[in-house]
Design a protein around this ligand. Structure first.
Ligand SMILES: *[C@@H]1O[C@H](CO)[C@@H](O)[C@H](O)[C@H]1NC(C)=O
Ligand SMILES: *[C@@H]1O[C@H](CO)[C@@H](O)[C@H](O)[C@H]1NC(C)=O
Ligand SMILES: *[C@@H]1O[C@H](CO)[C@@H](O)[C@H](O)[C@H]1NC(C)=O
Ligand SMILES: *[C@@H]1O[C@H](CO)[C@@H](O)[C@H](O)[C@H]1NC(C)=O
Ligand SMILES: *[C@@H]1O[C@H](CO)[C@@H](O)[C@H](O)[C@H]1NC(C)=O
Ligand SMILES: *[C@@H]1O[C@H](CO)[C@@H](O)[C@H](O)[C@H]1NC(C)=O
Ligand SMILES: *[C@@H]1O[C@H](CO)[C@@H](O)[C@H](O)[C@H]1NC(C)=O
Ligand SMILES: *[C@@H]1O[C@H](CO)[C@@H](O)[C@H](O)[C@H]1NC(C)=O
Ligand SMILES: *[C@@H]1O[C@H](CO)[C@@H](O)[C@H](O)[C@H]1NC(C)=O
Ligand SMILES: *[C@@H]1O[C@H](CO)[C@@H](O)[C@H](O)[C@H]1NC(C)=O
Ligand SMILES: *[C@@H]1O[C@H](CO)[C@@H](O)[C@H](O)[C@H]1NC(C)=O
Ligand SMILES: *[C@@H]1O[C@H](CO)[C@@H](O)[C@H](O)[C@H]1NC(C)=O
Length: 524
């Protein structure tokens, strides 16, 4: 009884408390000068965009029922107690305008959060006046057509916790002092192709969680002190111009879940021994980073990985069995290395694979049936691996989601039978194999999504009837350098490339071929 009574009392107190909040928010109207600042800001936008039904500013009105309380307007958030505007979220509001330094936006000095992402600011530069909003802790100007220099005044905004300037046209040098902001947790300036800069020495006390400068012109070396960013979850430095080597201190950033250093200019090579403690990683991309050596046994502990790409390096040795501990893997790319040996049958444990590329290594062999338990496989690239097709012809093994199959130079002697059931196939590459005999008719219509077929450099002798290819989506057909005789199949009307050279096809073309008007390149 007592317990139930005190529960009721608690509940009543809770209700009172909520009512109190509701009362405050409904009676506290916004301040007049902020209301008119917002209305002026709206008026500075061209009528076409501001009147659009999709724009959040459509509800901002000078007269009418909700006109007085700007706190009730779409995208506007006020402080419950003071009524000042503290948040403005105008993301994806179809704003199409220049952001001027005199904009009344910069008089909303109580703003803590400003989101203008996904608009069209027509190559405006970011006005330095933004730093007058000294309470701002969250700024998002992502994907909004901003250009020019990032104002160095941003580095004076001491409350800044999250700054997203990604996906714009910002040029010039990144103001390095921004890294000195002691409360900055998130910095994203990725996809500003012409933005240059370098990484500073990092302070031990830095609380950074996410640092993304991918796809910029940042250069120099990655300082070893980056290992001091012990709280960092995400580090994306891909497609920049960093040189030197990957600092082994990155191995001290044990909270990392996302690490991408791919496609830089690292000119000193390194192995993977520094990686062993980063067992929280779910995405790891070290493509083309000048790494060498064996795939480390510590991979046994990387059970959270969903994406692992180590392509375009100089890894040697066999695929270690510990890799099969990564049962969450969706993408595995080990292509363009110097790996050897048989591809282990235990690959069949990687049931979640969607994208697998092992091409361009020195593997001795692989039995194709090990992939049939990966039911979500959409991209399979095994070019250069010697493949054994050991599933019997009568079996209905299939990869129902398979879209891209690359089996270039795999010493295949026959068409993989499982393709009969690959109804989502878009691209089929079987060039430079050892396939003799007819091109089976089913290959042209196993999938009505087929766009590309490459059978060049085999020993194919004839086409099976009928000779018209029904698959309407086919664009690229390469059957060159075989031993094909007789009439050519009629390609579908939108074919872009039809390469038939180096065969035994008679000089005269079938009259039907002349009706195929849209062929852009017919190579013979
Ligand atoms: C304004 O509010 C009143 C009372 O709630 C309502 O009758 C009236 O239709 C509203 N006017 C507009 C333009 O929404
Ligand atoms: C903005 O500038 C970039 C780079 O100069 C240019 O490619 C783009 O077309 C410009 N966009 C607009 C809307 O002016
Ligand atoms: C900024 O806005 C974009 C687009 O809405 C969003 O994808 C991104 O996550 C936001 N950035 C931050 C740091 O919240
Ligand atoms: C940074 O922004 C880009 C582009 O808006 C986005 O794709 C990326 O996921 C963001 N980075 C992080 C770490 O969230
Ligand atoms: C960052 O702060 C340190 C220490 O206060 C100072 O030496 C350094 O010059 C600052 N860096 C920039 C770019 O302002
Ligand atoms: C980057 O700069 C180059 C050279 O100044 C210019 O041609 C190019 O349009 C710029 N690219 C972008 C995306 O701004
Ligand atoms: C490191 O952080 C401390 C405390 O925030 C600060 O006093 C010092 O200037 C910083 N040093 C550098 C080099 O940034
Ligand atoms: C990793 O951190 C430990 C302890 O903080 C330190 O002794 C070690 O030198 C660091 N390793 C690297 C490679 O920076
Ligand atoms: C996996 O992690 C545990 C705990 O950190 C460690 O003792 C073990 O040696 C690691 N295994 C491998 C193969 O690195
Ligand atoms: C990882 O693989 C090793 C053998 O390489 C095995 O002993 C261990 O139990 C596996 N760990 C997990 C979490 O699957
Ligand atoms: C693969 O092996 C052959 C012969 O053993 C060798 O000539 C070639 O360089 C190797 N390729 C790679 C990428 O290691
Ligand atoms: C290719 O396969 C044939 C038989 O199917 C075999 O005799 C030959 O040795 C294989 N070639 C290579 C390079 O594995």
């Amino acid at each position: 009884m007592a317990a139930s009574h005190s529960f009721k009392l608690l509940f009543f107190l809770f209700l009172l408390h909520s009512l109190h909040i509701i009362t405050v928010t409904t009676t506290m109207l916004c301040h007049d000068h902020e209301r008119s600042a917002l209305l002026h800001f709206k008026q500075s936008l061209p009528a076409s965009s501001s009147s659009s039904a999709y724009s959040k500013t459509a509800s901002w009105k000078a007269s009418g029922n909700s006109s007085r309380d700007c706190c009730s307007w779409d995208g506007v958030e006020c402080d419950d107690a003071t009524g000042y505007v503290i948040g403005l979220d105008l993301s994806s509001s179809l704003m199409q305008a220049t952001l001027h330094s005199k904009s009344t936006l910069f008089s909303l000095v109580h703003l803590q959060s400003l989101n203008l992402a996904e608009n069209y600011f027509m190559n405006s530069s970011i006005p330095p006046e933004i730093s007058r909003l000294s309470s701002l802790s969250f700024i998002n100007l992502s994907n909004s057509l901003f250009s020019g220099q990032i104002p160095h005044e941003l580095s004076g905004m001491s409350k800044l916790a999250s700054l997203d300037l990604s996906f714009n046209y910002l040029y010039g040098d990144f103001p390095i002092a921004i890294f000195n902001l002691s409360g900055l947790l998130v910095l994203n300036v990725s996809r500003n192709q012409n933005l240059s800069g370098y990484l500073p020495e990092f302070n031990t006390t830095s609380p950074f969680r996410e640092l993304d400068i991918a796809h910029t012109k940042f250069s120099g070396t990655i300082p070893s002190s980056i290992g001091n960013l012990k709280s960092l979850n995400k580090l994306r430095l891909r497609n920049c111009y960093f040189s030197g080597s990957i600092p082994t201190s990155i191995g001290n950033m044990t909270q990392l879940t996302y690490l991408s250093l791919a496609y830089n200019m690292f000119n000193k090579s390194d192995d993977l021994s520094w990686l062993q403690k980063l067992t929280k990683l779910s995405k790891l991309n070290l493509e083309d980073t000048n790494l060498y050596g064996y795939l480390p046994p510590s991979f046994a502990n990387f059970t959270q990985l969903t994406i692992l790409s180590l392509a375009v390096n100089r890894f040697v040795g066999e695929i270690p069995l510990c890799l099969m501990n990564m049962t969450q893997l969706k993408t595995l790319d080990l292509s363009f290395n110097a790996l050897t040996g048989q591809i282990p049958r235990s690959f069949s444990q990687l049931k979640n694979l969607e994208h697998l590329s092992l091409s361009h290594n020195n593997f001795t062999g692989v039995e194709a049936d090990i992939f049939f338990s990966s039911r979500n496989l959409a991209i399979l690239s095994l070019s250069g691996c010697k493949i054994t097709l050991n599933s019997p012809h009568h079996s209905n093994f299939s990869l129902p989601k398979l879209a891209i199959l690359e089996l270039f130079r795999c010493n295949l002697t026959e068409f993989p039978y499982f393709l009969q059931f690959a109804s989502n196939l878009r691209a089929l590459v079987l060039g430079e194999n050892n396939i003799h005999g007819n091109i089976p008719h089913w290959i042209w219509h196993a999938s009505n999504k087929l766009e590309l077929i490459n059978l060049r450099d085999n020993f194919l002798t004839a086409f099976e009837n009928p000779l018209a290819i029904q698959s309407k989506s086919l664009r690229y057909i390469d059957i060159s350098n075989n031993m094909l005789q007789g009439n050519l199949p009629i390609p579908p009307p939108n074919t872009y490339l039809y390469s038939v050279q180096k065969n035994r096809i008679p000089g005269e073309l079938s009259p039907m071929m002349c009706g195929v008007s849209k062929i852009t390149r017919f190579v013979r």
